[in-house]
Ligand binder design. Structure first.
Ligand SMILES: [Zn+2]
Length: 500
């Protein structure tokens, strides 16, 4: 029995016969200043193995201490997901060996998670889906292996591997859904919308920067198929570390087709982890995994139980920000956007960027326009998240300010964006350096208008005969000569004055 060799089945075909069931496991790296059980810094990008100590290196005799801020963040996430918060819970040791885990066990939570039995709601194409949350538990991150000497950075073909323990012990929250059923052909989009929603929710809580491309939010997608009409669950695969919203959608779509092909061939799905390949859009087999994998969990003897007081939990509940759905409804009313416009902004991941651009003084429509056109395109071309575009909402508002003041036109604005994105400075500096300001001074424009009239006598004759629509051709000629910098309105006035 194999799960690899089978004719591919299209997504549409698969859904005619099978009903997909998903489960999402999302790891969120908290933005605490120090690690989960020691005082080491969590700053991203430091020299390897400079942010370590006996506790996070797992040296004998070192004793961990729980980071109170991490507990607070975990409770906030649990409350935002409508979970119950355990009055008493413990950490547990999850025993397994992996080179990037120096203790040979991960301090996690097992049957006593801090938050459980919650729910949240998402929307896809105007339809709401309620996602049930099984649990949100606390654990620590592992270190990072670097495979050197191969072409791909993967372990295959590498000559040796290096380990960086800076990340070992950074607090993580793992959020696990109950099986997500009944989403049918919308499954890939529901999966994506759920992760996008979670990202927005956690960002709103201020407990993580949730950057998928830096790994501070990582997503595992569980998927199984069952024949339509059957209620028992099929065997699932677990696709690990699907690290962009687009990949979440693609991975679900791919796995649905792959499972269908295996099942159609009369074979069994092997319960295993799968690796997602961003470049080729397929998954490949990882390791086989049984349900009751024996991690020999037992309560962590070096840590006291966590027992948050009701007062503390209620105080945190009172501080929760407006839920994303309400927040979005308020923004939509403030901006006077249609449902479709809001969906476009949300889909681009630009909600807070547009909000900040509006707060910096741009009109909502203008803010939306720039983020969804020039800046979304830049992000796409450079394969980065839109948040990482090297231009701030304030700078976008400044470009719009130059436009509103008539100092540049729409075409020149695009060149200002190019300049700022290329690192040439602020919008004002780019305008000055590239000489992009609109010319509305009559003496400079007059000569160009005269030359355009002389070069196009036929057009000039039409305009003189009151065919003012013909002026467009002369305005175009002036614009061309002045490399788009002429004030088109003033040019038109000058042409009509000369020929009127
Ligand atoms: Zn440490």
């Amino acid at each position: 029995m194999t799960t690899t060799s089978a004719d591919p089945v299209t997504f549409e075909d698969a859904l005619e016969r099978y009903d997909p069931v998903m489960g999402m496991e999302v790891h969120v790296e908290l933005n605490t200043a120090s690690k989960m059980f020691c005082g080491c810094s969590t700053v991203f990008g430091a020299e390897p193995n400079t942010q370590v100590c006996p506790v996070c290196l797992g040296l004998p005799g070192a004793l961990p201490v729980v980071n109170a801020r991490a507990i607070e963040s975990a409770i906030k996430i649990g409350l935002a997901l409508n979970c119950s918060i355990a009055p008493w819970c413990r950490f547990a040791r999850k025993n397994y060996f992996y080179p990037d885990m120096p203790k040979n066990f991960q301090t996690s939570q097992y049957d006593e998670p801090i938050a459980y039995s919650g729910w949240t709601e998402i929307e896809v194409d105007g339809v709401s889906y309620r996602i049930e949350i099984e649990r949100a538990h606390m654990e620590e991150d592992t270190g990072k292996s670097l495979h050197v000497g191969g072409a791909t950075g993967r372990i295959h073909g590498a000559s040796h591997s290096l380990v960086d323990y800076n990340r070992a012990g950074i607090p993580l929250i793992e959020i696990v859904t109950k099986p997500i059923e009944g989403t049918g052909a919308k499954s890939p989009e529901v999966a994506r919308a759920y992760v996008a929603h979670l990202r927005e929710l956690v960002l709103g809580l201020g407990v993580s920067d949730v950057r998928m491309e830096q790994g501070s939010m990582r997503c595992d997608v569980n998927l199984s198929l069952r024949p339509i009409g059957v209620t028992t669950l099929g065997t699932r695969s677990e696709t690990k570390n699907v690290n962009s919203l687009r990949s979440v959608e693609r991975a679900v779509r791919h796995e649905i087709g792959r499972h269908a092909a295996v099942l159609d061939g009369g074979n069994r799905i092997v319960q295993e982890t799968r690796h997602w390949h961003e470049d080729t859009g397929v998954t490949t087999a990882g390791r086989e995994k049984s349900d009751a994998e024996d991690y020999r969990y037992f309560p962590e003897p070096d840590l006291v139980p966590v027992a948050p007081s009701r007062e503390w939990v209620e105080a945190l509940r009172a501080q929760l920000p407006e839920p994303p759905s309400l927040h979005r409804a308020r923004l939509q009313a403030d901006w006077a956007f249609s449902d479709l416009e809001m969906r476009d902004v949300a889909g681009a991941g630009a909600m807070s960027l547009v909000a900040e651009t509006v707060a910096a003084g741009a009109a909502p429509q203008a803010a939306k326009k720039w983020w969804l056109s020039e800046l979304a395109r830049y992000a796409n071309e450079h394969d980065i998240a839109i948040d990482d575009v090297p231009m701030s909402p304030e700078q976008v508002a400044q470009v719009q300010g130059l436009l509103d003041a008539g100092r540049i036109n729409d075409k020149l604005a695009r060149q200002v964006f190019d300049g700022v994105l290329a690192g040439e400075g602020t919008p004002e500096e780019v305008v000055a350096r590239r000489g992009l300001e609109v010319v509305s001074d009559d003496s400079a424009l007059g000569d160009a208008v005269d030359r355009a009239i002389d070069a196009n006598p036929d057009v000039a004759a039409k305009i003189a005969a009151s065919k003012h629509a013909a002026a467009g051709a002369l305005i175009g000629a002036v614009m061309k000569e002045m490399r788009g910098r002429a004030d088109a309105g003033r040019v038109r006035e000058l042409i009509l004055a000369r020929l009127g």
